[in-house]
Design a protein around this ligand. Structure first.
Ligand code: NAD
Length: 291
């Protein structure tokens, strides 16, 4: 069994990005600049945004965090987005999701300039992704492709089950893996909350991407020997033995599934750090396109 080490791989990627930034500086080219908008004080969102800002510092990017109160109106948020769209120094920006209930998420995502949409969530970029045109790939599926690539996990002709059909993980992942690309050419099944024979589907899968957000949902009896497992789930589970009062749990019961798997991602240290590295990669790309 081989651990797909997202922490190590993402550090390799960050080193490569930092090197690219150094080269840009030596050629007097612009330093990439990522901005992030955070609305409210959701604990997990604050942690994610802070790790993104920290990662920017690590690779030598400039970063700007726009921290808005929970009661920010939709109009105020749209104005902030417009400012970032117009700001020539900002190469890319993200609006951390989820947003407070009174704000229309779709309206907000539509307002982001597709050329600065380094999360790859704007319909223009989703359309380009689906049509296999060059664009910003959504960071989590992009990170999974990169991880599979760097560990030489064969996907061509393999049966893949993606559990979850969200717009940011399951849906794009299923599209990308079915495309004619280096890490792709797979036969993909998308499972979701209405899927009836999930265990049977999983038992036939060579690769399973678990992205449903239910701690330790996928168990050893649901997978075949030699399977590759990508665990996207991150859920905070109460744990009084931890100083912070919770632990992070994946969607996979690592204990039982790892016994059968050839390759498996851990949680934490698997898909999570890859997601951040790919956001940086998209920001570098956005900056290069604007040169
Ligand atoms: P989501 O809630 O938007 O979607 C969950 C999906 O799972 C839905 O499509 C639903 O149909 C499906 N589902 C729910 N119950 C199911 C069941 N019993 N059987 C089969 N399918 C079922 O979630 P999301 O935004 O895609 O996130 C999924 C998980 O991944 C969460 O734990 C989230 O925190 C995590 N996540 C991690 C990263 C990362 O960087 N590692 C990034 C994004 C999301």
């Amino acid at each position: 069994m081989i651990i797909l080490d997202g922490k190590k791989t993402s550090n390799d990627l960050k080193d490569e990005i930092a090197e690219a930034v150094k080269i840009r500086r030596s050629q007097s080219l612009k330093t990439p600049h990522l901005a992030a908008i955070l609305v409210g004080t959701d604990g997990a969102s604050m942690t994610y945004v802070n790790s993104k800002v920290k990662a920017c510092e690590k690779v030598g990017f400039n970063s700007t965090l726009i921290d808005l109160p929970e009661d920010t109106t939709e109009e105020q948020l749209l104005n902030e987005i417009e400012d970032l769209n117009k700001d020539n120094d900002i190469d890319g920006f993200i609006v951390q999701l989820p947003l407070p209930k009174h704000i229309d998420e779709q309206k907000v995502l539509m307002a982001v300039d597709p050329n600065k949409d380094v999360d790859g969530f704007h319909p223009v970029n989703v359309g380009k992704m689906a049509l296999d045109m060059p664009t910003f790939l959504p960071a989590t599926p992009y990170g999974i492709l990169e991880l599979l690539d760097r560990y030489n996990v064969e996907t061509s002709g393999k049966n893949v089950v993606v559990i979850g059909r969200s717009h940011i993980v399951g849906r794009p992942m299923s599209i990308l893996l079915s495309q004619k690309r280096k890490v792709g050419n797979a036969t993909v099944t998308v499972a979701h909350s209405r899927t009836k024979n999930l265990k049977e589907l999983c038992l036939h899968a060579d690769i399973i991407i678990a992205a449903l957000g239910m701690p330790e949902f996928l168990t050893g009896d649901m997978v075949k020997d030699g399977v590759t497992i990508i665990d996207v789930g991150i859920t905070r589970v109460n744990d009084s033995s931890k100083k912070r009062g919770y632990r992070l749990a994946g969607d996979v019961d690592f204990e039982s599934v790892s016994k059968k798997a050839d390759f498996i991602t851990p949680v934490p240290g698997g898909v999570g750090p890859m997601t951040i590295a790919m956001l940086l990669k998209n920001t570098l790309l956005a900056c290069e396109i604007r040169d």
